[in-house]
Design a protein around this ligand. Sequence first.
Ligand SMILES: *Cc1c(COP(=O)(O)O)cnc(C)c1O
Length: 430
Amino acid sequence: MGDSLEELDKKYLWHPFTQMKGWMESDEDPLVLDRGEGPYLFDRKGRRYFDGNSSIWTNIHGHAHPKINEAIRLQSEKVSHVSALGFSNEPAIRLAETLAGYFPTGTLDRVFFSDNGSTAIECACKMAVQYRQLAGETERTRFLSFSGAYHGDTVGAASLGGIPTFFERFGGSGYEVDILESIEALEHYENPSRCNAVIIEPLIQGAAGMRKWPEGSLKTLRKWCDDHGALLILDEVMTGFGRTGKLFAHEHEGVIPDFLCLAKGLTGGYLPLAATLTTDRVYEAFLGEYEELKTFFYGHSYCANPLGCAAALASWEIFEREAVLENLPPKIEAFRSALDLWEQEDAAVSEIRSVGLIAGIDIVDPKTGEPLDWRLETGARICREARRFGLLTRPVRDTLTLMPPLCATKQQIVDAVIALRKATVEHFMR
Ligand SMILES: *Cc1c(COP(=O)(O)O)cnc(C)c1O
């Protein structure tokens, strides 16, 4: 008999954002997930878990949805990948038409496909950099982002991030970035004429621990950008595809960006695919004769992958066919009520922030109300204990997060809140 899968995992795999020493030394076996169905995942022993963070914010309509599975299968029987460098494919063309067609003509009319959230951001930033060069605005070199921001892990995307742990050790490389503390800080920003673009996670910052922006922030930001000739990049990698109650978060404030970055939920959470949408104004600056070298020299092997695009089209269709957005309000209300009750009744909770089906739950010492020592990894421990109550999720330090797939029923959503609450109560009873 060879090693078990669990042993092989500890022997060969290196997991993202994971201290592997603790992982290898843990008495607990890695949880090997084997199968999914709707909002549930199953391990190899057939135990069922609610996917409480939508498999790190990706899943939208549930796992193994017959329509998305079928779309992937049918496309794979034709061809799984062809290059977008000099060639095209039908799912990519149709998906670009669908995405661009969703926005008013004359706004986000062009679609560039890549692989993941980080590359969607890199693509927007590189387009912005080259756009300024082509427009002769060579003084506009600086990007503005916000503290707590997370825009991905590739060097450029990470340099825009406002969470020092993720980037400071790579100090120096990346874009020229000024990190602002708040939207108000824009008023005092010294060099608006040097600003290329502002980048923000609209409505709510994810990796910061689900931090909400004050209402009206996007509108203020759009106006500031217009007043000062800056471009606006919206990172909707987390907030896109219904999470906030609308298809895209920026719709809550009626703001349209110059770049829109989409990834995680684009394929329903089935395959790695990303899209960067932009305006004709940006696009047209790149047009010229070959020898003018205005070309956007950027791309990846798997750009516009037909399987991913087919999955994304199927996911888009499900939004319409299953009236997904129309069915959200009662779910969001039930989610918020269950969270409110928890916030009121549990001394271990200092604050719960939520937008749509996204929530961050701040855990404190229930005896003193003080923040916990982060080295105790309380958030992670609670989430591990929640498995016994049939729930999978992951914290941001001592902020627990919940982000159920949109397909979950009201009852399943409330049950997920209760499971996480039970795990929290039980943790502090020890
Ligand atoms: C996850 C995330 C990214 C990075 O996406 P990857 O697919 O993990 O590279 C960027 N921005 C936001 C807001 C995210 O949540």
